[in-house]
Write a new protein. Sequence first.
Length: 215
Amino acid sequence: MGWLTLAILGAAAFGAIVLLGVRRPLWSMVGSALMLAAAGYALQGRPSMPAAPAQPIVSAEATDPELIDLRNRMLGRFSGDGAYLVAADAMARQGEERAAVRVIIGGIRKIPNSLMLWVGLGSAYAAHDGGQVSPPALFAFQQASRISPLHPAPPFFLGQAYVEAGDFAEARRYWARALALSPQEASYRRDIAMRLAILDRFLALQSAEEAPPSK
């Protein structure tokens, strides 16, 4: 099928040359270009493979490099439960959100009290459920908070999920709590404070636009 398509394109190009009145001295140049394209296809193409629609690669919100770095600084990385999140991140990068959720659930079955995995499960469910804070996502974040009530990661990543869902007011509430729970010396405290300041600025502008004009 690939060779047939290439032949049709070559014939169409030759016909266009004739119809457009390209001078004969230039035919050899055009022919060389077509032969070069055919050679490249023969070397790198796969003419025997049947046609199929391209499958897009989806980048999930949970695999944002900045968020992953922040998550690693808040929760650690080089641990048994961290390995499950690394595998889940790799699957999410390929658009396999369902597989990412299953991997994390498998880790929770082995390490049921892992704060890291419950936070990761909340983010994975939010990505799987179309960027919404679905009941499974909310349950996972709540379970993470039960395991470690004073850790900033559960409220921060729940707030991030609300940002992705477009509920900025609710996100602000959780980010404010995450900042309050962050130790002064923590490397991630500044990141949370900066995101909260940007969100506050956005909410202020949004409120100004929605306010009725003064008389």
